[in-house]
Design a protein around this ligand. Structure first.
Ligand SMILES: [Zn+2]
Length: 306
């Protein structure tokens, strides 16, 4: 990194820290100046937030692992902070939970930094050929892919990636730091907000419900989960209750649509009903019609009998 870039980041961090001291100051910051924030969770595992899907990290005496990469600017800030913690040891493994740009856009910053990049094979394929989009001009692609699971020791921690079926896309993995008992959910978890449902990339709401249940079943009551996204001002970590709450939301969307279909309404009529879902008012109204919205995908699933 050249010195001017280092200065820029230092200035950004200082400006961001100053802005946070003023009430509401953080909201006045442009996206590039958002504060970088490292939050320890347990046993050398923590999460990093700046802009994009939550990054998970592990820094212990024997190694460094990172889960997801946000965007290049944010990934660079994350790497700098991790280097401060690790003594500049680099990153043993970067894992991508799935292909979306707010989770993989920063991979390029890990070139020459991460010794290995790991993703589910379908996520890797979608990174190269994103359904309904095009890949970024420059990208650091996975160097290793897996079908059902992958695991490795990083220092005294065991990192385990597991694919449990189609959900938010057809390539979502849960990354578990087994000894810390912390699991990164990627976008399998949208906490208390409407999710993005990437139908073009193979999403299914029913499958998603199963994956959430199977994930809870595969962990225990003490597991702390890292969420890809959360509603405004809400925490990006939580317990099994949050996963089951989101599972209930997906079930409620499907049940609502089924009810409307049974009452004789057509797909267009149902898709137009975008008010808040009863029992889930805190999520707010559904977004504009789009094949990436839960309501629209629920209509497709229910009317196709999928
Ligand atoms: Zn996503």
């Amino acid at each position: 990194m050249n010195p001017s870039r280092r200065r820029f980041l230092a200035t950004t961090a200082a400006a961001a820290a100053g802005a946070l001291l003023r009430p509401g100051g953080a909201f006045a910051l442009p996206a590039w100046a958002l504060p970088r924030e490292f939050t320890a969770i347990r046993r050398n595992v923590g999460f990093f937030t700046m802009r994009g899907g939550t990054i998970g990290y592990l820094v212990n005496d024997g190694g460094v692992a990172v889960v997801d990469s946000q965007f290049p600017e944010q990934a660079q800030a994350c790497i700098e902070g991790l280097n401060e913690q690790s003594g500049g040891r680099g990153v043993d493994v970067l894992l991508n939970t799935h292909h979306h740009g707010d989770h993989t856009g920063g991979n390029v910053a890990f070139r020459g930094v991460a010794r290995q990049v790991v993703a589910h094979r379908q996520a890797a394929e979608h990174m190269r050929n994103p359904p309904g989009g095009s890949p970024p001009e420059d990208q650091l692609y996975p160097t290793m892919t897996f079908g059902d699971e992958w695991s490795a020791d990083v220092g005294d921690e065991r990192v385990h990636a597991r694919f449990r079926g189609r959900a938010h896309t057809s390539g979502d993995a849960v990354i578990t730091f087994e000894r810390a008992n912390v699991a990164h959910m990627g976008d399998l978890m949208f906490h208390m907000r409407h999710p993005v449902v990437d139908r073009a990339a193979g999403a299914t709401l029913r499958g998603w419900m199963d994956v959430l249940q199977a994930t809870v079943d595969a962990h225990d009551a003490d597991t702390i989960y890292i969420f890809g996204h959360a509603g405004a001002e809400l925490p990006v970590t939580g317990g099994a209750d949050a996963l089951l709450g989101f599972r209930n939301y997906l079930g409620a969307v499907l049940a609502f649509v089924e009810e409307q279909v049974n009452a004789g309404l057509g797909p267009e009529e149902i898709t137009e009903m975008r008010g808040p879902l009863a029992g889930f008012e805190a999520y707010g109204p559904f977004g504009n019609p789009s094949a990436r919205n839960a309501l629209d995908v629920a209509v497709l699933e229910v009317t196709s009998g999928e």
